[in-house]
Design a protein around this ligand. Structure first.
Ligand code: NDP
Length: 303
C-alpha cells in the first residue's frame, strides 16, 4: 500500500501550532496582548486529566498564558458557575474551556451556556452555533475545524464537491456539515436511520466519518479517489498484540473507517491514531488567539 494518500495529522497539527505561535508573538509585539486560555477540570477522570495537561503544555509552547482550574469531583454546580462567571470577567482570560464530561450533579448545558460566547473556544454555546449557521463570526468547534483545514490543504477549493457527514452530533457532525456548506459543498448528513448508507457514501467526493463504531465504513463504500476523514476514536481488543497481566487482550485504537480497505481506493485518508485527533488542540489554540484578537478590536490572523 502506498503512503502518499495518507494525511499526516500529527505533522499538520505541529505546523498549525507553529503558525499560531508565530501569529501570537506578532500580536504580542504589535499590541502587547498575550492570549490566555482557562481550562476547568472537575473530577479526576484520568483521560481528561491527561488531555488538560497536554492543553496546558501546548498553550504555553505557543506563547500564550494557560490557567488551569482543577476542582474536586463533588464540587457543587453553583461553584462551577461562579468560577465561569469569574473567568468571564477576567481580562487576562480570552478563552474558557470546561472539560467534559462533568460529574452527574452538574448540568452540562447550564455550565456551557454560562460561558461568555466570545470566550467560548469550544464553540458549543448556542450563540456560536447560530453564528456558524448564519455565516457570522463564530468560534467554531475544534475537531470539525481541524477537518476543514486538512481538507482544504489537500483539495484546495471545496466548492461544488459532494460531501457526506456520517454522524449528526452537536460537537462533530452538525458543525462539520455547516462548515462544508459554508465552503459550498453539497452536503448530505447521515445518521443511524439513513437508508442505503453505503451507496450514499459511494456517491461522495468527501466522506467524513463521525460515528463511534469501529471500522464500520468499508473500502467498497468509498469512491475511487475520494477523500476520507475519519473522526472516530474506538478502543478495541487487539489479541495480536498479546495479553495484559490481568489475562485480557491488549487493546488498540481504530477509527470508524476500515483503514486498510479504504486506503486502497481513497485519494486521501486520515489514519487513526495520527489523523484528526492531533488537530483538536491545535485548533483550540487557534480559537484562543482569534478570540483574544476579537475581544481587543484586532483583526484576527487568517488561520
Ligand atoms: P455521538 O455518539 O454523539 O454521535 C454519533 C453519531 O453517529 C450519531 O449521530 C448517530 O446517529 C450516528 N450513528 C450511530 N450509529 C450509526 C450507524 N450504524 N449508521 C450511521 N450513523 C450512525 O458521537 P460524537 O459525534 O461525539 O463522536 C463520534 C466519534 O468521533 C467518536 O468515535 C468519538 O470518540 C470521536 N471524536 C473524536 C474527536 C477527536 O478526534 N478529537 C473529538 C470528538 C469525537 P443518531 O443521531 O441517529 O443516533
Amino acid at each position: 500500500m502506498s503512503t502518499e494518500n495518507i494525511i499526516d495529522g500529527k505533522a499538520f497539527a505541529a505546523g498549525l501550532r507553529e503558525r499560531v505561535g508565530r501569529e501570537a508573538a506578532q500580536v504580542k509585539d504589535a499590541h502587547g496582548l498575550t492570549p490566555g486560555l482557562a481550562v476547568v477540570l472537575v473530577g479526576d477522570d484520568p483521560a481528561s486529566a491527561v488531555y488538560v495537561r497536554n492543553k496546558g503544555e501546548q498553550t504555553r509552547e505557543a506563547g500564550m498564558q494557560s490557567f488551569e482550574h482543577r476542582l474536586s469531583a463533588d464540587t457543587p454546580e453553583a461553584d462551577v458557575l461562579a468560577l465561569v462567571e469569574q473567568l468571564n470577567t477576567d481580562d487576562d482570560v480570552h478563552g474558557i474551556l470546561v472539560q467534559l464530561p462533568l460529574p452527574d450533579q452538574i448540568d452540562e448545558q447550564k455550565v456551557l451556556s454560562a460561558i461568555n460566547p466570545d470566550k467560548d473556544v469550544d464553540g458549543f454555546h448556542v450563540t456560536n452555533v447560530g453564528r456558524l449557521w448564519t455565516g457570522g463570526d463564530a468560534l467554531v468547534p475544534c475537531t470539525p475545524y481541524g477537518c476543514i483545514l486538512m481538507l482544504k490543504d489537500r483539495l484546495g477549493d471545496l466548492s461544488g464537491k459532494r460531501a457526506i457527514v456520517v454522524g449528526r452530533s452537536n460537537i462533530v457532525g452538525k458543525p462539520m456539515a455547516a462548515l462544508l456548506l459554508a465552503e459550498s459543498c453539497t452536503v448530505t448528513i447521515a445518521h443511524s436511520r439513513t437508508k442505503d448508507l453505503a451507496q450514499r457514501c459511494r456517491e461522495s467526493d468527501i466522506v467524513i466519518a463521525a460515528v463511534g463504531r469501529p471500522e464500520m465504513i468499508k473500502g467498497d463504500w468509498i469512491a475511487p479517489g475520494a477523500t476520507v476523514i475519519d473522526v472516530g476514536i474506538n478502543r478495541v481488543d487487539a489479541p495480536e498484540k498479546g495479553m495484559k497481566d490481568d489475562g485480557t487482550p491488549k487493546t488498540k485504537l481504530v477509527g470508524d473507517v476500515d483503514f486498510s480497505e479504504a486506503a486502497e481506493v481513497a485519494g486521501a485518508i486520515t489514519p487513526v491514531p495520527g489523523g484528526v485527533g492531533p488537530m483538536t488542540i491545535a485548533c483550540l489554540l487557534r480559537n484562543t488567539l482569534v478570540a483574544a484578537c476579537r475581544q481587543n478590536g484586532i483583526e484576527p490572523p487568517a488561520i
